[in-house]
Structure formats: structure tokens, C-alpha cells
Design a binder for this molecule. Structure first.
Ligand SMILES: O=C(O)[C@H](O)[C@@H](O)[C@H](O)[C@H](O)COP(=O)(O)O
Length: 257
């Protein structure tokens, strides 16, 4: 798989940051990199964990464009979700719903390549079912280092420093065994189902997508890495971690680059 800076056509700094002009540039660069990675992959499908949120939505919309409909190897890609709200799949708050509206209802992806988080049972049972689905794909009950579950895990960062549905102060942050867990945020609606830190760790690439000046201060805090109460700052991967951001989100990082 090509490195992200080759794919995006910009240098990644030693700190693992790529700064592009604006949210549109971020979306287009990520879409191009994902397509090339999927085309290049020879040893099985490209396995993605998608994120909810506004920046990924723009990326998915770009991937619904004619060039991607025609050239993206849809059959070669397995689409999972980093987290989900425990709501029906047609709920406006569902990440699956958002991804279908933005992308999947417009492209020739085989339905069996879409892996929405189940939300029809209890949150605990649905989390366990999603974990079982991931274990089936992986072909083992425990992670082996050097054999990542995901090719790419896409993440955002929320205003309280959460990522996926790993929210501050929640027990899920201490999970070491489960791959998928529930999370009940203090002040966000809906029970969530989320990948845990160990599942995110089993990846070739973790990519944080951040755009807009409202992300700048939190990004600086996360990048400082000295505040373990911010869930985003505790994400690790056995592969590479890259922040693909726009100028506005980068405005507080001048001392880092
Ligand atoms: O919303 C979700 O489904 C994700 O759980 C969440 O982690 C999201 O990625 C961040 O809150 C950033 O969201 P924005 O990109 O919309 O700011």
C-alpha cells in the first residue's frame, strides 16, 4: 500500500501531519489515496473503518462522483464503521444512513461489502455481534501484531476530545480485551457502539481528518499528548498515524511544523 504522502501528493511532516488548503482539498486528497490504495492492494480486500462527522461526509460525497463510480474498485473494498449511534439504520443520526445518502446509494458497491453496525437488539448484543463479524473477517480471536485488521481507520475529533465513540471518562477507554464496545456519553444523545483502542490499534493506517478553525485548539491539545483525559490523544496503531488537516485546523500548530 502506498504511503499517504505519496497518495496525497504532499509531504507529511515528521510529526505525521499533512496540511492542505481547505476541507475540499482534504476530501479530494483522501479519496484519491483510498482509490489508489484499493487499486494497488493485491493480498485481499482493502478493509476500511469509516467515521461519522462532517469531514468524512465530504470525502464520501467526493467518492460518489463520476470518476470514482467508474474507477474505484468497489468489489475490492470492505466498509466497516468506527462507531455508530444505537438508532435505526434510517435515522438521520445514523452514520450508516449518512454514508448511504452521501455515497453508497450512488455507487456499484456489492451490498455484502457494507458492514453497518447492527442496532436492532440491545446495545451490548449488537456490539458483540459486530465484534463477531470483525473476528470472522480477521480469522482469529485475538490480534496478531504484523497482521492488522484494518487497512485504514478514519477518525475525527469532537469538541471534548472524543474520537470514534471513545468519550471522556467512560469505561470503554480502559477496555483491553473487547474489539467493540458500548459507550454512553455524559452529554451526547444516543448510546454508542464503538471500536475500542485495541481494535483501532490493529491497523496499517490511522488517519485523523480535521478541518475548520473550530478544531484548531483541540488539535493542538491532542498533539501535545500530555492530557490523557482526551480520548483522541490515547489512540495508537501498529502502523502509521497521520493527521490530514486544512489550514484553518492547523492555525495553532505553528510551533510543531
Ligand atoms: O460523529 C461521529 O460519528 C463520530 O463519532 C465522531 O467521533 C466524530 O468523528 C467527531 O465528533 C468529529 O466530528 P466532525 O467531523 O463532525 O467534527
Amino acid at each position: 500500500m502506498m504511503t499517504i504522502d505519496e497518495g496525497v501528493g504532499h509531504d507529511v511532516t515528521t510529526a505525521g501531519i499533512i496540511v492542505l488548503e481547505d476541507d475540499d482539498a482534504v476530501a479530494h486528497a483522501m479519496a484519491a489515496w483510498l482509490m489508489q490504495s484499493a487499486l494497488d492492494k493485491e493480498d485481499g480486500p482493502l478493509v476500511l473503518a469509516l467515521s461519522g462527522g462532517t469531514t468524512p461526509k465530504r470525502l464520501l460525497e467526493v467518492m460518489a462522483g463520476p470518476e470514482y463510480v467508474a474507477r474505484f474498485p468497489w468489489k475490492k473494498c470492505q466498509f466497516f464503521y468506527g462507531d455508530e449511534r444505537h438508532v435505526p439504520p434510517d435515522d438521520p443520526d445514523s452514520n450508516y444512513h449518512m454514508s448511504c445518502e452521501a455515497l453508497f446509494s450512488h455507487v456499484p458497491v456489492p451490498p455484502e461489502n457494507l458492514h453497518p453496525v447492527p442496532t436492532g437488539g440491545s446495545p451490548e448484543a449488537d456490539a458483540a455481534a459486530y465484534e463477531a463479524e470483525l473476528k470472522k473477517l480477521y480469522g482469529a480471536e485475538t490480534f496478531e501484531s504484523g497482521r492488522p485488521l484494518f487497512d485504514v481507520v478514519m477518525l475525527g475529533i469532537g469538541p471534548d476530545g472524543h474520537t470514534a465513540s471513545l468519550f471522556p471518562r467512560q469505561p470503554v477507554l480502559e477496555e483491553t480485551r473487547r474489539w467493540v464496545s458500548t459507550c454512553v456519553p455524559d452529554d451526547a444523545p444516543h448510546v454508542r457502539i464503538t471500536l475500542t483502542y485495541p481494535a483501532i490499534h490493529s491497523s496499517r493506517h490511522v488517519v485523523f481528518l480535521l478541518t475548520g478553525s473550530e478544531k484548531a485548539a483541540m488539535l493542538k491539545r491532542v498533539r501535545r499528548g500530555d492530557d490523557a483525559s482526551l480520548p483522541s490523544s490515547r489512540v495508537t496503531t501498529e502502523g502509521t498515524m497521520t493527521f490530514v488537516i486544512d489550514r484553518a485546523a492547523a492555525e495553532d500548530l505553528s510551533d510543531e511544523r
